[in-house]
Design a binder for this molecule. Structure first.
Ligand SMILES: Cc1cc2nc3c(=O)[nH]c(=O)nc-3n(C[C@H](O)[C@H](O)[C@H](O)COP(=O)(O)OP(=O)(O)OC[C@H]3O[C@@H](n4cnc5c(N)ncnc54)[C@H](O)[C@@H]3O)c2cc1C
Length: 386
């Protein structure tokens, strides 16, 4: 009997654990998941909530209801990994030993460092918002409804972030919303990015540039926010540039979880789990694996990527346990549905080396993203059926 411990019961923790449970009996493999939260959120629909395209009640399920029978769920905070001695410390449940460890701790949103003033601006909630959390998405939805003019800014603080397209989706959808309301001429739309351009991968980058240009959405590139002054409505950057706003949505810096910093040899300086980008195994420990947003895989942090990673990880662990070799490897594939305007979505679908889909906006993609992906996630993806 092999003991697998999984830290984190988000998208990666559930997709991996259920698929692994399906591949081995409880007599062959014991699976223990350590998850601190009793609630699991379907994060890809937070952007939809902002535009009233989904109801928040559809986006949360109790974590305990998501795991297959035969998986042990411990609701606790994992505090430290002692990878040299194959054990994880927890806040309340003592030390838990493993033969294999899967780190699925996701990404942490950092509100209390740079830009200065971010937390207080968000707490005030008058003109500064963040839709990377569900309550923030609801506040932004309500604020957008009553706007009748001004400058709307979507700002990305640093990379990497979850779903790097989400802040762009927001600005394109907000522009379209005001156009449909007949008040587009009363607004200015600005997207700021720390990157040299709106998007890095072709052919999607060229397509987005032409959408932004044709719809008058301004881009401020190489912009690294240093301070939010919500009273004056000014966002400053470290290079002394300034962007004025009436309504700001800001995507905060992301980093790895504290447990990665507390644990010798598993992460880098930003707290991302350092793994082989194809084999998903830790660069230092051969029985430690990473999955999802927690890792330093050089691809976008998305649930779509995690669906692929879960299959690879189960195949690789199965090979290790049975001794039958596998060629399974993660190629960096992700699919990012970009809402460009009402009833139009473009899929950015690529892997580490190449684009897989053309840069086309379509209604069929809209139907898939807005009406089908959430039920697919709850019913099929989490249950290892696709
Ligand atoms: C606004 C937004 C839009 C998005 N849009 C898309 C999209 O269109 N398509 C797409 O595919 N993806 C999208 N994503 C990204 C997608 O939601 C994430 O990539 C995915 O959910 C990450 O899964 P994960 O398991 O790595 O992390 P999470 O699902 O965040 O889970 C991590 C879990 O680990 C737990 N945890 C962390 N540390 C500890 C600890 N020390 N002890 C115990 N438990 C711990 C946390 O409580 C959490 O439950 C979007 C995300 C956001 C925020």
């Amino acid at each position: 009997m092999k003991r697998i411990v999984v830290i984190g019961g988000g998208s990666g923790g559930v997709m991996f654990s259920n698929r692994m449970r399906g591949a081995f009996t409880p007599d062959e493999v014991e699976i223990t998941v350590i998850e601190r939260s009793e609630k699991h959120f379907y994060q890809p629909a937070f952007t939809l909530v902002v535009f009233d395209l989904d109801d928040p009640v559809n986006l949360m399920r109790p974590t305990k209801d998501l795991f297959f029978e035969g998986i042990k769920l411990i609701h606790d905070e994992a505090t430290k990994i002692d990878a040299a001695n194959n054990k994880v410390s927890t806040a309340k449940s003592g030390d838990i030993s493993y033969d294999y460890l899967v780190i699925a701790t996701g990404a942490r949103l950092i509100f209390d460092e740079d830009p200065e003033g971010l937390k207080s601006a968000l707490d005030k909630g008058t003109n500064t918002f963040n839709f990377y959390k569900l309550d923030g998405a609801i506040k932004l939805r309500d604020a957008l409804k009553s706007l009748d003019g001004g400058t709307i800014v979507s700002s990305v603080c640093s990379m990497p972030i979850k779903c790097p397209a989400a802040p762009m989706k927001f600005i394109m959808m907000a522009e379209d919303m005001m156009r449909e309301k007949g008040i587009r001429n009363k607004f200015k739309f600005i997207f700021t990015t720390p990157m040299p351009a709106v998007f890095s991968r072709e052919p999607y980058a060229s397509k987005l540039n032409s959408i932004f240009a044709s719809r008058g959405i301004e881009t401020v590139a190489n912009f690294n926010p240093s301070e939010v002054d919500s009273d004056k409505g000014v966002l400053k950057d470290f290079g002394k540039k300034e962007v004025r706003f009436d309504t700001l949505t800001i995507t905060p810096p992301h980093g790895g979880e504290a447990i990665i910093d507390n644990s010798e040899g598993v992460g880098d300086a930003a707290g991302w789990v350092t793994c082989d980008k194809n084999l998903m195994v830790s660069k230092k420990y051969s029985n430690v694996y990473g999955i999802g947003d927690a890792t330093d895989f050089p691809t976008s942090k998305t649930a779509s990527g995690i669906r692929k990673q879960a299959k690879v990880l189960v195949a690789r662990l199965a090979a290790d346990i049975t001794g039958v070799p596998t060629k399974a490897a993660y190629d960096g594939e992700i699919i990012c549905p970009m809402l460009t305007k009402n009833k139009r979505v473009m899929f950015a679908h690529f892997n580490y080396t190449e684009a897989i889909s053309p840069a086309i906006e379509s209604y069929a993609n809209w139907v898939l993203k807005v009406h089908m992906l959430r039920p697919l996630y709850w019913n099929l993806m989490l249950n290892a059926l696709v």
